[in-house]
Design a binder for this molecule. Structure first.
Ligand code: LMR
Length: 395
């Protein structure tokens, strides 16, 4: 049966990161996958996480299965963090998921099963995995414009015009809560109000991909989009990742929160979400969620974690500033100041696939083919080298 299977292409992000690991060049630099790195180039275990793990090691009494929906205290804390006070938690149903990707897939399976024929609008561009996740659940993906012709700002009117013209009631839209992946270009508060107005008036269900809470302007500030949507929508879906803001990548920590019109509707929806989980991964892993619940449930640990999130965000911003300052000195071929307005780990650099390939072959500098750069991979040490390489690729 398997003799004639064609080889699938490598994943544009994780495949590249694998190619990076296999590259023997000692001066290689990795700006691919969206993983935070500190000034030494390491992906650290947060101190708050280590402390929570110590406590768990001493206090944990079982490795028995979690309920299908996951750890209750984790689910409550994550839902509260995502919606803040915009909606009462008894109108929410949350299931713990293996990472934000798992959350998107649970949402997709749930919608695909109960609302067949649903279509989803994705921004052009969006995270490379979105289309595959939704289409795997039988949901047709459509694209709406996002970037302006300058490729460094949002074309809000083009986005909204397309939705007004072509969206149908019952469609979904995948909106990145903050730190848009791959562009780093987010709607501001006024733009979010307009998006919410259009999605609500067209009867579109928002699915908010909340992968980078805390990496934009702050843990609370980054809920601006969710809050604007909740003013206009009584129902929506939020797919949270805790893998990034807790640095718990390999623990795969995420959650899918459904906001319903009433507590009774939320309870019924939870039973259906559990059915979607049961036939997928049965029930979620305990460790990462226990760490998050321990940190969020302890005032001191939570304060420590919030400071660590602020530290990660500030370091990324400083690297943006230093990179822009260097590029301004090194080249007049392109003005890189747009990076200062972008949020989160990613920047859409404008580098072409040919330039990206040249950088990989000749400079051992790895960037995603779309030109997306993970700014969090920049350090004081690699910055001069990578800036010179990028400047050279432009000439
Ligand atoms: C990314 O976009 O680099 C991350 O979300 C990791 C992934 O799974 O692609």
């Amino acid at each position: 049966m398997f003799d004639h299977l064609p080889t699938a292409p490598a994943d544009p992000i994780l495949g590249l990161s694998q190619a990076f690991r296999a590259d023997p060049r000692s001066d290689k630099i990795d700006l691919t996958v969206g993983v935070y790195k500190d000034e030494t180039g390491a992906t650290p275990i947060l101190k708050s996480v280590k402390e929570a793990e110590k406590r768990l090691l001493e206090q944990e009494t079982t490795k028995g299965y979690l309920p299908i929906e996951g750890l209750p205290e984790f689910n409550r804390a994550v839902a509260a963090m995502a919606v803040q006070n915009a909606v009462s938690l008894d109108r929410t149903a949350t299931v713990q998921s293996p990472g934000g990707t798992g959350a998107c897939r649970v949402a997709a399976d749930f919608v695909g099963r109960h609302f067949p024929g649903t279509r989803i609008w994705l921004s052009n561009p969006t995270w490379v995995n979105h289309q595959s996740i939704f289409e795997a659940a039988g949901i047709k993906a459509l694209v709406h414009p996002y970037l302006a012709a300058d490729k460094v700002s949002l074309d809000l009117s083009a986005m909204l015009e397309t939705l007004k013209k072509d969206a149908k009631p019952g469609d979904m839209i995948c909106l990145h809560a903050c730190c848009h992946n791959p562009t780093g270009i987010d709607p501001d508060a006024a733009a979010w109000e307009q998006i919410a107005e259009v999605t609500a008036s067209k009867g579109i269900l928002p699915l908010v991909d909340f992968a980078y809470q805390g990496f934009g302007d702050g843990l609370v500030e980054d809920t601006v989009g969710v809050q604007a949507l909740l003013k206009k929508h009584e129902e929506l879906l939020i797919c949270s990742s805790l893998s990034k803001n807790f640095g718990l990548y390999s623990e795969r920590v995420g959650a899918m929160t459904l906001v319903a019109k009433s507590p009774a509707a939320a309870t019924a929806a939870l039973s259906q979400l559990k059915a979607a989980v049961r036939c997928n991964y049965s029930n979620p892993p305990r460790h990462g969620a226990s760490v998050v619940a321990t940190v969020l449930g302890d005032a001191d640990l939570r304060r420590q974690w919030e400071a660590e999130v602020n530290g990660m965000r500030n370091r990324i911003h400083t690297m943006r500033e230093k990179f822009v300052a260097l590029m301004t000195k090194l080249t007049d071929k392109r003005d890189f100041r747009f990076l200062l307005k972008q949020k989160g780990m990613f920047s859409y650099s404008g580098l072409t696939p040919m330039q990206v390939d040249w950088l990989k072959q000749n400079k051992a500098l790895y960037i995603v083919g779309s030109g997306r750069i993970n700014v969090a991979g920049m350090t004081e040490k690699n910055l001069p080298v990578l800036a010179e390489a990028i400047a050279e690729s432009l000439s």
